[in-house]
Design a protein around this ligand. Sequence first.
Ligand code: ZN
Length: 132
Amino acid sequence: MVSDNQANITLPLGIVQRLDDFLETDEASALGLTSRPQAVVMLLRDFLQNLPKKRKIVAKNKKKNTLLDITVIGNIPKCNECNSFECKHVEQVIKSPQIAKQMKKDYNIELVKQSDTAKKQKESIEEIEIEI
Ligand SMILES: [Zn+2]
């Protein structure tokens, strides 16, 4: 049953199974978690409160007269010029030793390409109804 202030979501079967397994553990009991919806709400709330920080990099190369305009989300660079995570500018930023050094020094992060972090494994989908 879904009321006006609720919504259904669809989750991969594999992750639902792992959640169900977790809900059987002492760790889940210690957190007061007894149901899928309760766990999902807690995880989403935590995720939304801890979203990765956004930072902006403007890298100038005076010799070549070029400018890189990059937003770094967490540790993933995105090119503002191409609106892309995969363009030649992102490659340049990731390969730049100066930028790597600066990111490490100022924020203690190592830049990573988005495609290197994306999970490639496919999972089957099970629809579950969640009351929240
Ligand atoms: Zn670009």
